[in-house]
Design a protein around this ligand. Structure first.
Ligand code: F6R
Ligand code: MG
Length: 371
């Protein structure tokens, strides 16, 4: 029988980092996942965290943690930092690929943000039943979730609850980060829908970071948006973000959230973080992007959170209703790959230079003659 525990806020934190790939940048090694599980198991035994689950998408390791310490807690971040570094040690031992690119070598100062890992954290009062989706990606980039998040919380053609459930009738507010100016704005849908789309359609600059219900400001969704770019040492840059969506009971249902992924829309990332390709939603075991290191992947982990315990995960894209999405994604992949190094499959220099100068362009600079 379920005990009635004193109601207190719960924090769900999702951290992602690439601590070395197996093979190349395609997947992660089972020993890495085991190491993360061992570390977090000890933290749970000590009562420091309530529960955890370890997953991976491509070569990105994903730590899903529940605890009572609130968002951006330095103790939780230190646990995560130490866990990722323990995984990196194993990665070095196994000689996994590019183990040195995911974590900064700077000393830990209280937060993993801007040290390499991505972080999506949300604090809420657990409802009687708390269905939550955690979506994770690989070979994508910051802003990749803008389109599906918009569809889930602002598009009645996706989410019928926006017209059928009175508690959602007022719509949702979107907080949007400008990654160039490091500033943010909150826009209300449906009232400011067109302004919202004007910004977030520009996915490489404007990133939806959270969504709240207009009637009572209840948090519905958070997105990991910032991550240190290890090569360019840029603060807000490309990352393979995760998103947390709370579902039902006045929020979009699980099925409405999933519906937004039925179309394999184009995202930036893929090979060398330099190409545009279709986001292919796959079951956990198919999150190994091998063809041209793509196409970009998304996995979905569904949990019921009960007294902080992560009941799950259910593998959300392990469903034949997404077979057609995957088939279209493969067709789009064939079509785009024939463009080789040409735009718009390959991204423009301007886009590529957002994450650092191009050695190729620099080399040719002095050979250009001014006209
Ligand atoms: C993209 C990615 C890969 C690498 C590519 C080149 O996020 O991880 O597509 O960019 O395999 O890898 P390096 O530069 O390690 O030779
Ligand atoms: Mg990698």
């Amino acid at each position: 029988m379920r005990l009635i525990v004193e109601r207190q806020k719960l924090t769900l934190s999702v951290f992602t980092a690439d601590v070395g790939g197996f093979v190349g940048h395609v997947s992660s090694h089972p020993d890495i996942l085991d190491t993360a599980k061992e570390r977090l198991y000890i933290a749970r035994e000590k009562g420091f965290i309530v529960d955890f689950h370890v997953l991976r998408c491509g070569d990105d390791l994903e730590l899903i943690i529940t605890h009572r310490s609130g968002c951006a807690n330095s103790g939780v971040h230190e646990l995560v930092w130490n866990t990722f570094n323990a995984c990196k040690e194993v990665s070095m031992d196994l000689g996994l690929y590019a183990h040195d690119r995911g974590l900064s070598s700077r000393d830990f100062t209280g937060s993993v943000k801007l040290m390499g890992p991505g972080a999506a954290e949300v604090e809420f009062m657990e409802r009687g039943s708390e269905p939550v989706l955690v979506l994770m990606s690989n070979k994508t980039s910051t802003g990749s979730w803008n389109l599906p998040v918009y569809r889930v919380y602002a598009d009645p053609f996706n989410t019928s609850g926006l017209v059928l459930d009175p508690s959602m009738a007022e719509g949702f507010s979107f907080t949007v980060l400008d990654i160039e100016q490091n500033s943010e704005i909150t826009l209300q849908a449906p009232k400011e829908l067109h302004s919202l789309l004007a910004l977030i359609g520009s996915t490489s600059r404007y990133v939806v970071t959270s969504v709240r219900r207009n009637t009572d400001n209840e948090i519905a969704c958070v997105v990991a948006s910032q991550k240190l770019n290890m090569s360019g040492e840029r603060a807000a840059s490309k990352c393979e973000p995760a998103v947390i969506m709370r579902c039902h009971d006045g929020l979009p249902s699980v099925g409405e959230a999933m519906e937004a992924f039925a179309h394999p829309y184009l995202v930036e990332g893929w090979m060398r973080g330099a190409h545009t390709g279709p986001l292919m939603p796959v079951p956990f075991y198919e999150a190994n992007p091998t063809r041209f290191e793509g196409p970009p992947r998304a996995i979905g982990a569904g949990f019921q959170i009960t007294d902080g315990r992560l009941i799950g995960p259910h593998d959300m894209f392990d469903d034949p209703s997404f077979d057609e999405t995957r088939r279209v994604a493969n067709n789009v992949t064939d079509y785009l790959r024939r463009h080789g190094p040409f735009q718009p499959h390959r991204m423009s220099w301007a886009e590529l230079e957002r994450t650092g100068p191009s050695p190729v362009a620099d080399k040719l600079k002095e050979r250009f003659e001014k006209l």
